[in-house]
Write a protein that binds this ligand. Structure first.
Ligand SMILES: N[C@@H](CCC(=O)N[C@@H](CS)C(=O)NCC(=O)O)C(=O)O
Length: 188
């Protein structure tokens, strides 16, 4: 089988879903680090159809939208199935809710810490504009929720680790350094 290219951002939670499935299936991939403002490579690989990450390219096929990528991967590589046949519809329902509804409420809890961790002022300004709130406003608005969920590493973002242990070191992308479960890199 040919090589897998994953167009992604290091801090993208949707990319992280796909990275975790690739890792679970013991697949190696080339991370192609996309720029949050420059969509040139995303437009090129999807022939103008999609400007978001993640996008997966494998054996000449291009798949986008994390849930669709995961479904496609599960069919192509049945080992270590993540979507059992008998729960397919239930998983689809939960996935839809998590990606489109739950994600929005949890975003404000996780994004301030993620952005501060990266330490890239331009990225921070870009994301604040996209979301329509400063990270300070996000923190203030969600302080009570954070208080209640604070003991859950998963919710408060402290435990977010980019899943890149299986990513190839000889990647032609701009992501480099230690690939052993390293914390988020500063190149988003
Ligand atoms: N439904 C899509 C959502 C993907 C998405 O919104 N990705 C974000 C990054 S986490 C993105 O590319 N946003 C546009 C941008 O950053 O300019 C999926 O599941 O893949």
């Amino acid at each position: 089988m040919g090589e897998i290219n994953l167009y992604e951002y290091p801090i993208s939670p949707f990319s992280e879903k796909v990275r975790r499935v690739l890792t679970y299936k013991h697949l190696k991939w080339h991370p192609i680090d996309c720029h949050y403002e420059d969509k040139t490579n995303l437009l090129a690989v999807t022939k103008g159809a999609w400007t978001r990450v993640p996008v997966l390219e494998w054996d000449g096929e291009v798949v986008y939208n994390s849930a669709d990528i995961i479904k496609w991967l599960d069919r192509k590589v049945p080992a270590n199935r993540v979507i059992p046949d008998d729960s397919r519809l239930l998983i689809e329902l939960i996935d839809n809710w998590a990606d489109n509804t739950f994600f929005m409420s949890i975003l404000f809890l996780t994004i301030p810490d993620l952005l501060d961790g990266v330490g890239d002022a331009k990225l921070k300004a870009n994301r604040e504009k996209l979301i329509g709130m400063t990270t300070a406003q996000m923190r203030e608005r969600h302080a009570p929720m954070k208080g209640q969920l604070g003991s859950y590493e998963f919710f408060d973002g402290a435990g977010f680790q980019k899943r890149q242990s299986m990513a190839r070191k000889d990647s032609r992308s701009r992501v480099g350094g230690d690939f052993n479960g390293a914390q988020i890199s500063s190149r988003s």
